[in-house]
Write a protein that binds this ligand. Structure first.
Ligand code: UDP
Length: 486
């Protein structure tokens, strides 16, 4: 092709996998394009995912940035706020090597665009200084984007941190949300990470365009608010390209080519009878919560496939980064595994989620509302029970449950630090799998699945948006602002 498109993902698995899907999608539909994925040296990239891509899409080039010196390893702390902070800062530390890389790549092929994850915001100055058109790929939905771009407005509108507010927060394109639904990273203004999000939202509104993993008819109200300019302070939203739903295929396992045993187990279950419970790449629960879940599942008598991880050592403080090896007996009720054998299956740590959701025996999905999980459920027509844990997942729940009516929700106990009781889970599971309300949700999700297929078919909104984007990128300038190149 006449020039290359550079993708700059952040390292979190969901973000990286989604960006890689975008690269594959561009090459599948515009095969004359040249796509290069630029990877940070720290933390080390997911090699399984990268080698799987190289096998299926050898034309996608992967460029590893050279290693950088980390000034302070405390920044790699595993607490969620520090994890997010360190991601922003590590990207900034890579700026000099990114600059060299962009200049050197441009010598072999004109650099037509840099498409980056929002965590890579610090790189905006680098691409802007080289006169490279810069796009953001937003791996969450249009509703998430609407709330993100609205942060600078909220900053002025509400003088206090969201943690200090009582009343609902009003945002364009959204149902009213509780301050507790706002992502932790932007809820407390005294945290440094808040200023990074604020800065990123301001910068995104100045980009060449925002590419979103959604489709037009899925999040219509949020998209209208975005396109009407209601989410940015000056009303000038960059062009929005809804190119999704992009859902990873074939990468659902963490290694090995063999069919996962849970898929064989699903083969032997009745159609749409199994409830699948999975909470993203990072979700974990306290021991107490795990026991409540087990009791609720057992009482509900529903068939289930449950991805479990060992609770973190300081249960209540963290809901991320589980230890690798669960010891089931230590955190599930005594005898639970034996009593539910046959109608329930436990998978430790990781299941091939996309394949599971696409299996005809699965009839419901208890999800943490990570955006990839939501899209995977929609693409396979599986109704959801929303149980958000971190990041923007509570906002996703509000949109899915109240605006789209594609999910039911668990109610967390305000008195008991967000605990979902066994009774509550039992009732909601029953409602999702057996009630008229559950059936209505299934019908809506199935209609949305068909809309997703239409968006991704020839002439559909998502392929048209991609064609428009690639056309603009190819037609753009190839000149880098680098004096020593002339
Ligand atoms: N996933 C999986 N197996 C698991 C847990 C997660 O394959 O046991 C995949 C899931 O299919 C999705 C991704 O990991 O593609 C999680 O992304 P999401 O945006 O839902 O959540 P995050 O991990 O970013 O919180």
């Amino acid at each position: 092709m006449d020039g290359s498109i550079l993708l700059y993902p952040s390292p979190g698995r969901g973000h990286l996998a989604s960006m890689v899907e975008l690269g594959k999608h561009i090459l599948d539909h515009h095969p004359s394009s040249s796509v290069t994925v630029i990877l940070l040296s720290t933390p080390p990239p997911d090699t399984h995912l990268i080698s799987a891509v190289s096998a299926t899409h050898p034309s996608m080039t992967v460029h590893h940035l050279p290693a950088i010196a980390l000034p302070n390893s405390d920044h790699l702390s595993s607490s969620p706020a520090n994890f997010i902070l360190s991601t922003f800062e590590i990207v900034r530390l890579h700026n000099p090597t990114l600059h060299q890389t962009l200049v050197s790549l441009s010598k072999s092929s004109a650099v037509k665009a840099l498409v980056m994850d929002f965590f890579c915001n610090a790189a905006f100055g680098v691409s802007a200084s080289l006169n490279i058109p810069t796009y953001y790929y937003f791996t969450s939905g249009a509703s998430g984007l609407a709330s993100f771009l609205y942060v600078p407005t909220l900053h002025v509108k509400y003088p206090d941190s969201f943690t200090d507010l009582d009343g609902p927060i009003l945002m364009p394109g959204y149902p009213p949300v509780s301050p507790r639904d706002m992502p932790m990273a932007i809820s407390n203004r005294s945290l440094k990470v808040y200023s990074y999000f604020l800065e990123t939202a301001v910068q995104m509104a100045k980009s060449a365009g925002l590419i979103v993993n959604t489709f037009d008819s899925f999040e219509a109200s949020a998209l209208k608010a975005l396109r009407d300019g209601l989410c940015v302070p000056d009303g000038a939203t960059p062009p929005i390209y809804c190119v999704g739903p992009l859902v990873a295929t074939g990468g659902g396992t963490k290694g090995g080519d063999e069919r996962h045993e849970c898929l064989g187990w699903l083969d032997s279950q009745p159609s749409r009878s199994v409830l699948f419970l999975s909470f993203g790449s990072l979700g974990v629960f306290s021991t107490r919560q795990m026991k409540e879940m087990a009791v609720g599942l057992e009482r509900s008598q529903v068939r289930f496939l449950w991805v479990v991880r060992v609770p973190p050592p300081h249960d209540e403080a963290r809901r991320m980064l589980a230890e690798p090896e669960p010891r089931l007996d230590s955190f599930l009720p005594e005898g639970f595994v034996e009593r539910t054998r046959g109608r329930g299956m436990i998978v430790e740590s990781w299941a091939p989620q996309v394949e599971v959701l696409g299996h005809g025996s699965v009839g419901g999905f208890v999800t943490h509302c990570g955006w990839n999980s939501v899209l995977e459920a929609v693409c396979h027509g599986v109704p959801m029970l929303a149980w958000p844990l971190y990041a923007e997942q509570r906002l996703n729940r509000a949109y899915l449950v109240e605006e789209l009516k594609l999910a039911l929700s668990v109610t967390e106990s305000a008195e008991e630090d967000g605990l979902v009781s066994a009774d509550e889970l039992e009732e909601r599971v029953d409602e999702l799998m057996r009630s008229e309300k559950g059936r209505a949700i299934r019908d809506r999700v199935l209609a949305m699945r068909d809309a997703a297929t239409a968006a991704l078919s020839e002439g559909g909104s998502s392929l048209s948006a991609l064609a428009e984007l690639i056309g603009l990128i190819k037609a753009g300038s190839s000149e880098l602002d680098v004096p020593d190149l002339v």
